[in-house]
Structure formats: structure tokens, C-alpha cells
Design a protein around this ligand. Structure first.
Ligand code: CDP
Length: 211
């Protein structure tokens, strides 16, 4: 069974995906990590999004199994990740890896759950279940701000809000694989819901359609 989960930043999709993976015994892939890994390497090498050929080259070398998660959650990485995610060659490189993951879950697992922006539309258009997680921009920005405060007490809420607004806009308006709800997806608005309530909604929807 393949579950595709999409949605904007800090909507809660990762947490819900992880809980679904545990409940249904599925392998889990946070696909944003791939884009972040490319962005981090580019930042380290002093490259920017204008250098699309180098971005593609870096993407070609990414291997899901060996991604180092250290330093990939910074604001600079988030920003560059969403810029290089608009480069078709980068997306193409990462697409093959994501599809391979979805089609080859770890031994003993009953399938895979992937979360990102284009899982239900492009990566796994034939997924058994598609879920789209949304939440108000201000609420998502507040969630992300609180996360970032843990490692940097000087982070300013308004800046996080503006960065998230720009990222939403780029992810939604790019030509290649934009963030979009796909037909037949369950839409969950987590703005005023706890993780448990949102997770149960997703879980019960899958259970009610499973056989
Ligand atoms: O964790 P957060 O929701 O903030 O972002 P993420 O899922 O780690 O994704 C970082 C960036 O990668 C996004 O802003 C997208 O531009 C890009 N991305 C994408 O284009 N397609 C995906 N399937 C996953 C991420």
C-alpha cells in the first residue's frame, strides 16, 4: 500500500505521515529532506539557485540512505531548497529516487508513505491513498518559529512568517510539479486540531476505504 501526503511547510504532514507509517507498518520518506540535502551542499560550496547545472549535478549524487540530517533544517536551507526545487533537472533526478523508494519498501514493511509537495500528483500518482494537509499561514509560521527558537532564541516571528509566505508562493506557482490538491485526496485542515485528532482522521479514512 502506498500513501501520498502533501501540503505546505509546517502543516503537520510529517508528523501525521510518521504516525501513519507506524500504524500501518510502512516505510517512511520525508521527500523534503532530498531537496534540503541538495540545498545544504550547494550552500556549503558557495553556489546559488542560478547555477542550475551545478544543482542538477549535486542532486545526481544524492542517495536517500546516506543523507546527513545535520544542518538541513536552517532557514537558509529551507529558502534555497524551495528555489532549487523549481529547477526541472533537479526534480527529475530526485524523482527516480523517490519512486524507487515507494516501489521498494524495506523488508517486512507493507508499503510506503511519502510526504512532500508533489507525491500524489507526480511521484506516486497511483497511490492507494492521497492526503493533503493544510493550515493557516500564521498558524504554520508560529509552529515553525517555535521550532526554530529552540536552536536560535533570536529568531523573529515576522521574518519566519515572510519566509514561509515566499516559500508557499514559490512552491505553489512553479511550473514543474507545483503544490496542488489532487482529485480524490482527503483534505485535513490542522489549524485548530491536535496531532492526534488529525492523525485519527487520516487513519480512519484509510481504514474505511482499505478493502
Ligand atoms: O519541512 P517543510 O515542510 O518546511 O519543508 P520540506 O518538506 O522539508 O521541503 C523543503 C522544500 O523542498 C519545499 O519548500 C519545496 O520547495 C521542496 N519540496 C518539493 O518541491 N517537493 C517535495 N516533494 C518536497 C519538498
Amino acid at each position: 500500500m502506498i500513501v501520498a501526503i502533501d501540503g505546505p511547510a509546517a502543516s503537520g504532514k510529517g508528523t501525521i505521515a510518521k504516525k501513519l507509517a507506524e500504524y500501518f507498518n510502512l516505510s517512511y520518506l520525508d521527500t523534503g529532506v532530498l531537496y534540503r540535502a541538495v540545498a545544504l551542499q550547494m550552500l556549503t560550496k558557495g553556489m546559488n539557485e542560478k547555477d542550475s547545472q551545478s544543482a542538477e549535478k549535486v542532486a545526481r549524487q544524492v542517495s536517500i540512505a546516506s543523507i546527513d540530517h545535520t544542518g538541513i533544517r536552517t532557514r537558509a536551507v529551507s529558502d534555497l531548497a524551495s528555489k532549487i526545487a523549481a529547477i526541472p533537472g533537479v526534480r527529475q533526478e530526485l524523482l527516480t529516487r523517490q519512486r524507487r523508494f515507494a516501489q521498494n519498501p524495506d523488508p517486512g514493511k507493507d508499503g510506503a508513505v511519502l510526504d512532500g509537495r508533489d507525491i500524489g500528483t507526480v511521484v506516486c500518482p497511483h497511490a492507494d491513498f492521497k492526503i493533503f494537509i493544510i493550515a493557516d499561514l500564521e498558524i504554520r509560521a508560529k509552529r515553525r518559529w517555535k521550532e526554530l527558537l529552540q536552536s536560535d532564541p533570536t529568531v523573529i516571528y515576522c521574518e519566519v512568517l515572510e519566509e514561509m509566505r515566499s516559500r508557499d508562493e514559490r512552491d505553489t506557482n512553479r511550473k514543474d510539479a507545483p503544490l496542488a490538491v489532487t482529485l480524490g485526496a482527503l483534505v485535513i485542515d490542522t489549524s485548530n486540531k491536535s496531532i492526534d485528532v488529525s492523525f485519527n482522521e487520516a487513519k480512519n479514512w484509510i481504514l474505511s476505504r482499505r478493502f
